[in-house]
Design a protein around this ligand. Structure first.
Ligand code: AQP
Length: 335
């Protein structure tokens, strides 16, 4: 086991309803890391609302979603005794550092970001400079806290590579300032795919409601969506013929029941697709029913959520404001 101090940072955008991909690719890793935490380590989980507005959000809904995402972190098992939980826009150090990094990161490298290419194609004329600059803000989120590890899904890998590059460049221009972070990707849930299109990732902005299982879907809705999930031309689970759609469903089954892909495959070999999907639906519901119960209780408990978010912000601001002072001195900003 590593004895080096770890600083772990990650976040989710309050830009829609959290889905199984967000949970398995990100939150479940966070909860596991929390279990293995040593007293010297620091865990920071952010609700990245400034990232969310890179695409238009209805202001009233955004406010609501910020609280919902915070409550969902807690309901899924993030314990504020172990982790700082806060809202990104409430700590202005993030935007300050983001601008400084904008002035360091090469334009050509930003142009190569595949997420920007995908999202700008969807947004067309609505594409904003904020959407383009997203990776610099994400680099700021991470570098402000001397983060060593960023647990994320695979889609964020390129942004973390850019974060390392920008940190390295800043350090060589202005002197040693930033720690170079590494990503942590759970290979068994790196990219949970849409239930309707196994070649496209499960995503908050998917227009097809049957593509994603949302963490707050009613149990019968979860079961219905899984029953309608596309498979392939076969009729029974077979290790001889694993299509991308079936591979995705088996991965989900494994993750929600704490089993490996191979264990699930062995148990389900020969099951008809119908029977397999019924078992999978029951497992997904069993996993999320208790989380949903906790979530509802947290939202009703007025004051507690705000107290946790205020405390989280105050704690992380101590780290980030010290880092901003160093950055100002290194760059020569102010008097
Ligand atoms: N399908 C996925 N499989 C595994 N991990 C995923 N993540 C997202 N989708 C999957 C991980 O969830 C974390 C938070 O994501 P985010 O909210 O910051 O942004 P995103 O990746 O753009 O998420 P969405 O849900 O797909 O939103 P839209 O529709 O706006 O693009 C990250 O760690 C991410 O890797």
């Amino acid at each position: 086991m590593s004895t080096k101090k770890e600083i772990i940072f990650s976040g989710i955008q309050p830009s829609g309803n959290l889905h199984l991909g967000n949970y398995l690719g990100a939150i479940q890793q966070w909860v596991d890391m929390q279990k293995r935490l040593s007293p010297e380590d620091t865990l920071i989980f952010c609700i990245v609302d400034l990232h969310a507005i890179t695409v238009y959000q209805d202001p009233k809904i955004l406010r609501q979603k910020i609280r919902e995402v915070a409550a969902m972190y807690l309901a899924c098992g993030i314990d504020p005794k172990n982790a700082h939980i806060f809202v990104q826009s409430e700590n202005p150090d993030h935007t300050y550092l983001s601008w400084v990094l904008d002035c360091v990161v090469p334009y050509g490298q930003m142009l190569r970001m595949t997420q920007f290419k995908d999202k700008s194609q969807k947004q067309q004329e609505g594409t904003t400079v904020g959407l383009f600059n997203y990776p610099a803000l994400m680099a700021a989120d991470i570098l402000l806290y001397d983060t060593t590890t960023v647990p994320v899904g695979e889609d964020q890998k390129q942004h973390i590579e850019l974060t390392r590059d920008v940190a390295e460049k800043f350090n060589s221009m202005y002197g040693e300032t930033f720690v170079l972070p590494k990503d942590q990707i759970d290979t068994s849930a790196a990219r949970i795919m849409s239930l309707q299109n196994p070649l496209s990732k499960m995503s908050k902005s998917d227009a097809d409601p049957f593509g994603s299982i949302y963490l707050l879907d009613e149990p019968d809705e979860m079961i219905k969506k899984l029953k309608r999930a596309v498979t392939d031309s076969g009729s029974a689970v077979s290790s001889e013929n694993l299509s991308p759609a079936l591979t995705n469903l088996i991965s989900i089954f494994g993750k929600v029941t704490n089993r490996s892909f191979e264990q699930v495959l062995k148990t389900c070999e020969g099951l008809s697709y119908g029977a397999f999907k019924t078992q999978l639906g029951e497992a997904v519901v069993a996993k999320f029913e208790p989380i949903q119960k906790k979530y509802r209780a947290l939202l009703e408990e007025s004051g507690e959520l705000d107290r946790i978010l205020d405390q989280g912000c105050a704690a992380v601001s101590v780290y980030s404001s010290a880092k901003i002072q160093v950055v100002k001195e290194r760059v020569g900003l102010g008097r």
